[in-house]
Design a protein around this ligand. Sequence first.
Ligand code: BG6
Length: 303
Amino acid sequence: MPDPIAVLNERFAIAGQLQFCTGENGLPKARIDNAWATAEVYLHGAHITAFQPKSHGPVLWMSPLAQFQPGKAIRGGVPVIWPWFGPHATDRSKPQHGFARSAEWQVAATEALADGRSRLQLVLTDSDATRALWPHAFELSLTVTVGAELVMELTCRNTGDQPFTAGGALHSYFAVGDVTQMAVEGLAGREYIDQLDGNRIKQQAGPVEISQEEDRIYINSADTCVIHDTVLARDIQISKTGSQTTVVWNPWQAKARAMADFADDGYQHMLCIEAANAAEDVVRLAPGESHTLSQMLAVSKTG
Ligand code: BG6
């Protein structure tokens, strides 16, 4: 049987920029190293596990205890949440945050752009396994463009003959020096659903600061957010399209301890800011229609 990594490289490698190799636990991943940045993307979950622009530190947080297992989500990086956000609306036995993050995706295309950026497109289509969880025909693609900025475009297309409704998120885990010494700008004045307080609607006053567990869905929020990180002396700018909800999550100590794939003190060095289609912000697609949720990350030094 031909080596699957060799087959991927033969069809899709870009000399000097993008190669496929074996990642953790034998799972295949794309490794990108171009003039602008390095990045890694697992085919498992179409999961971006690293992004580091040249002359900056890692932008994404990865749990040192992350498990790389077929059928399981990887903790850290950017899990692709789809076709529902959070617990399934009516059946709690179905996987939290949908099935896309734990499915095996295919490589559809790679491209070297004229300005030195590299592009990788992964796809997932419906199968017996997905239809058992969600009875719809679809094509989901994640296009990742690696330059000084990281651009992720998650496009879902209804390939069936019935309309469907889907939620989702690019569930980005950001690396921060100390979560208690950073602030997130861009959500002031927005209302949010406090998932830790009976889903009460509250209003954000000023920047978001973290000093305890938080799990919030900001509504009517298409805004660009900026993480001002005083310890790492950098700003991370997070902009997006196709999303009216932004999720902010930090599990804090007790929840981190309770998760097998989360180091006990890991919560101090991460914050999730998620470009989402969550709560009422779900997408209704007629046959043939598509929707793109995109997120763009840019880093700048402040020190
Ligand atoms: C966030 C949710 O998006 O993801 C939280 O708002 C959830 O409620 C968190 O705890 C992590 O989810 P999971 O399934 O990856 O442990």
